[in-house]
Design a binder for this molecule. Structure first.
Ligand code: NOJ
Ligand code: CA
Length: 542
């Protein structure tokens, strides 16, 4: 493994829903051994770090984000030994692995909660947040708007209301209780001792509650997160914390602290604006998000992403933009969920290759480490007939055979139906086919990742937006020490004329490293030039 404490700044992340990835024992559920058998594929793709979604004991009312045992795995995923050997095999290949760490809440099936509700004298009573009055903390918003009316649910056995920011099956932990804080540090220690490289910390804005506030991003919450970071730095240097805070840029900024809180944070406000820009053909949503992106400490890094296992959240856009996004990308009501859109990348972009390339090119060239959602590398589809967010969590499509190479189980025993019809059916969209096709999306992406890896500037460099003289052409420069890149994206579906505001001599010999440069033979960027419709260009300046 590369011994560089800033490894995450250059890394390409890949989000794996283990249940969906590969089933080694034919029970219809993907598992750790199945994932281990695919590490060569991930290495060949150019992935540096896997993020595994929750694997812990759980009644699965929120797909494992409702934990009933923090230090055990759900048997269908495999044993602790299986996880250890996955970590070993990954590390041998230079791949790192981070796990989800769900700090905010447990499952109501967790023994802590069971004891808490049944016995008012239980030491676990104070592990949760109780009230006789459901009007407490009334300024906190409801997150799962479609299904929840309140953040309080009455518990008959306890004779009180308990607090939950998500489903009622997910009672919030009480971080005012020092015992809860210590428990969670011990949970982190357990997995770090096993060798995981860090955590994607789930739903961190909500750890503490205070009357009269919206109960998000409170100073007490930051103080605990800094404590967690200190604990990791002292005991497991080099391991990382990735922050999931679906908030505006100024608020996400706080989670980096002075470089003493999270090393990484998802860039939530950027993500929907990539889709706004791609559909409108205008760069303004992107330039807005980029200009609002605050500077972060040197040792920190954004995580950019296109899609993940949740709905494409529109919490961080204006009401008008949300309506527009719904009209454009979710014309059918069942494509909508909460304040978002429950669809995958390829269907969102009409399965248009040029748009998929543009989206990935933005993801890979803008500042931040990219996180690729499993299956998006081959342009998998979704199944909007499935409930909640399950439509974007269907089995990975490895090949065109009857069971898609995912499992030996009978199809009716698959944890979720395979997508096997239409343009996204596994017969057409699968890894095997794309690995053997030089022109496939997967081959295109692998090449892009190779180029990114060869140029650390993509991860390490800063970014300056350039005036392109055209509202459809995003132009920016990346710089890292002596290294320079010029990156151009024409988001319009028409050929565009670009006039960079540039003094002659400032852009000496541009060399195309990726993209479509036909018709630009002399690369004279000091005078107007043309870019073909929906194309991108990565240039190295020497
Ligand atoms: C964010 C996760 O991404 C989502 O899937 C989950 O439902 C909530 N946090 C609650 O844990
Ligand atoms: Ca299995």
């Amino acid at each position: 493994m590369e011994e560089n404490s800033l490894w995450y700044k250059k890394a390409v992340f890949y989000q794996v829903y283990v249940r969906a990835y590969c089933d080694s024992n034919g029970d219809g559920h993907g598992d750790l051994r199945g994932l281990a058998s695919k590490l060569d594929y991930l290495q060949a793709t150019g992935i540096d770090c896997l993020w595994l979604m929750p694997l812990y004991t759980s009644p699965l009312l929120d797909d494992g984000y409702d934990i009933a045992g923090y230090k055990d795995l759900l048997p269908e995923y495999g044993s602790l030994e299986d996880l250890k050997s996955l970590l070993d095999e990954a590390h041998k290949r230079g791949l790192r692995v981070i796990l989800d760490l769900v700090l905010n809440h447990t499952s109501d099936q967790h023994p802590w909660f069971q004891s808490a509700r049944q016995d008012p004298k239980s030491p676990f009573r104070e592990y949760y947040v109780w009230s006789d009055d459901e009007r407490k903390y009334s300024r906190a918003r409801i997150i799962f708007l479609d299904t929840q009316k309140s953040n309080w649910t009455w518990d008959e056995a306890a004779g009180q209301y308990f607090w939950h920011r998500f489903y009622p099956s997910q009672p919030d932990l009480n971080y005012d209780n020092p015992a809860v804080q210590s428990e969670m540090l011990e949970v982190a220690r357990f997995w770090l001792e096993m060798g995981v490289d860090g955590f994607r910390a789930d739903a961190v804005p909500y750890l503490f509650e205070r009357e009269g506030t919206n109960c998000e991003n409170l100073p007490e919450t930051h103080a605990f997160l800094r404590r967690l970071r200190r604990f990791i730095d002292e005991n497991f240097p080099g391991r990382i914390l990735l922050c999931e805070a679906n908030q505006w840029p100024e608020e996400v900024r706080e989670y980096f602290g002075e470089g003493d809180e999270f090393q990484m944070g998802f860039h939530f406000p950027l993500m929907p604006r990539i889709f706004m820009a791609l559909r409108s053909g205008e760069i303004s949503p992107l330039t807005w998000a980029l200009s609002k992106t605050p500077a972060i400490p040197e040792s920190c890094q954004w995580c950019a992403f296109l899609r993940n296992h949740d709905e494409l959240t529109l919490e961080m856009v204006t009401e008008a933009d949300r309506q527009w996004m719904w009209e454009q990308y979710a014309p059918e009501p069942r494509m909508r969920l909460n304040l978002g859109i429950r669809r995958r990348l390829a269907p969102l972009l009409g399965n248009e290759r040029s748009l998929l390339e543009l989206a990935f090119s933005l993801l890979l060239s803008l500042p931040g480490s990219p996180v690729i959602y499993y299956g998006d590398e081959i342009g998998m589809g979704d199944n909007i007939d499935l409930f909640d967010r399950n439509g974007v969590r269907t089995p990975m499509q490895w090949d065109g055979s009857a069971r898609a190479g995912f499992s030996q189980a009978r199809l009716q025993d698959f944890y979720a139906p395979l997508i096997s019809e239409g343009e996204f059916g596994h017969q057409r969209v699968n890894v095997q086919r794309q690995e053997n096709e030089a022109g496939s999306l997967l081959s295109w992406l692998r090449q892009a990742l190779r180029i990114r890896k060869a140029h650390p500037i993509f991860g390490m460099g800063d970014m300056t937006l350039l005036e392109s003289g055209n509202p459809s052409v995003l132009a920016f420069e990346r710089r890292f020490g002596e290294e320079r890149l010029l990156v151009l994206h024409n988001l319009s579906r028409r050929k565009q004329t670009v006039k960079l505001e540039m003094e002659p001599g400032t852009m000496p010999r541009p060399e195309v490293i990726y993209g479509y440069a036909k018709g630009m033979p002399d690369f004279n960027f000091y005078r107007p030039f043309e870019m073909e419709a929906s194309t991108y260009l990565w240039l190295k300046i020497t």
